[in-house]
Design a binder for this molecule. Structure first.
Ligand SMILES: [Zn+2]
Length: 58
């Protein structure tokens, strides 16, 4: 998976982001309402997307 902010390879330490910086950018978007997801109540009508393939050691 690549970083959703800058599309570089993600770092396991900060995934799905590539760095702390991009994680902060994403957090900033949350705080500024960049995402249209209500913060109060998250309806769990759908399961989160799961990897289609089993994990393999790299
Ligand atoms: Zn990034």
């Amino acid at each position: 998976m690549s970083c959703p902010i800058c599309a570089r390879d993600s770092d396991p330490k900060y995934r799905p982001f590539c760095s702390r910086r991009c994680a902060d950018v994403d957090l900033g978007r949350w705080l500024t309402g960049g995402y249209a997801i209500p913060a109060e109540e998250a309806p769990e009508t759908e399961a989160p997307p799961a990897p289609a393939t089993p994990q393999r050691p790299q």
